[in-house]
Design a protein around this ligand. Sequence first.
Ligand SMILES: *Cc1c(COP(=O)(O)O)cnc(C)c1O
Length: 449
Amino acid sequence: MPDRRRRLPSVDSLLRSDPGRRASERSGRAVVRRAIRSVLDDARAASRRGREPPDEEALLARAVALAARMSSGLTPVINATGVILHTNLGRAPLPEPAVRAVERAARGYTDLEVDRESGTRGRRTSRAEFLLEALTGAEAALVLNNNAAALLLAMAALARRRDVVVSRGELIEIGGEFRLPEIMRASGAKLVEVGTTNRTRLTDYRAAMTERTGLILKVHPSNYRVVGFAESPPVSSLAALARRAAVPLLYDTGSGLLEPVRPVPGEEPAANHALADGADLVCFSGDKLLGGPQAGVVLGRADLIARLRRHPIARAVRVDKMTVAALETVLAMHAQARRDELPVWRSLTERPTALRARARQLVGSIPGASVAAGESVAGGGSVPGYGIPSTVIRLPEERPERLATRLRVGSPPVFCRVEDGAVLFDLRTVEAEDDERLARAIRYAREEV
Ligand SMILES: *Cc1c(COP(=O)(O)O)cnc(C)c1O
């Protein structure tokens, strides 16, 4: 093995080659050097596993491609997966007015943190918080970087060195390294698990409450659903228990649904109901069903929100001005009864018949493709376990995974689903104006296969 590894060229010799120099002019020498190092590391690892390392030309091609990819920034993709809130594809797309607000905030100076009348310092999130209070009836609101930050802050500010009582059925893990027990440990709070995975009763909570209890936490199991023999006490009972013990109840509702609304199933918790049912604090994400930018929102009792606001972690997880701009705009749209203009809600409510018409139009130009019934999902920790009837384009393929890969690396990149020996394209998550580009991308990718 060592002799093979020795055959690998040096970083400098690759950097000095013609392709290396040309790439350096485009992306910068430091970036190409970094890419070469990475490619050589991979080749070394492969040769340790007994594989012949690629020749110099192939190594260079990989490094040049890597440097180009790393310098070109985020690439827009077509999401034909049918997963509306796709965390890996950036969750909620923003509505046009929010995009314009972000652009204005990014380009010049704004009155981000200043009260224009008095000229005194203001708070950057005061407008968004005002709108959230108006929309949900909450006494107070707080906007942070994301929901994980909201949980971290709430537990640090309210339950450091104290117990946080949580049902075993709600100790969730969400894609992207979000594990509730780890966040709790980082906050300095101690986790006290009660009940079992499928059943937790009010008496389980009551038995776990001591003078060390700092917080009762209820978490919406947002990416799975316990069906069948399952039980958990309603928020109102937990709230009554919390009140008697003079301990706050924090409800992590996850998705940011502000009020119950069709077609979202009634099991998805809405912020206004959670508050009305007696939760002292409610927290959720800005970029799920709320349809806005990445953010975390905490709503509820003014005295508790004030404690959160004063904690040093609040400053460490504050939002940037572009988030402020986008969130304010999206909240104003909710307030103006313009929820249906938000891309997430347009996708959620698009009728299967409308999707079928588009799919029929497209399959004519994709040989071998047919229109089939399918199911989209809300995704991203919202409305788990429920499919949304949809229409898909189905393309049987001998090697569907290979076509899916070609589509991902194509231009425009396309993300689809692979099921039962076929590639599926769900138009629910595709902008109608992208239909033609999608069909073209599929045709190209197939010609190459
Ligand atoms: C998505 C989700 C989180 C994590 O929210 P981020 O905004 O991604 O940090 C936490 N709790 C629940 C219940 C969620 O659904």
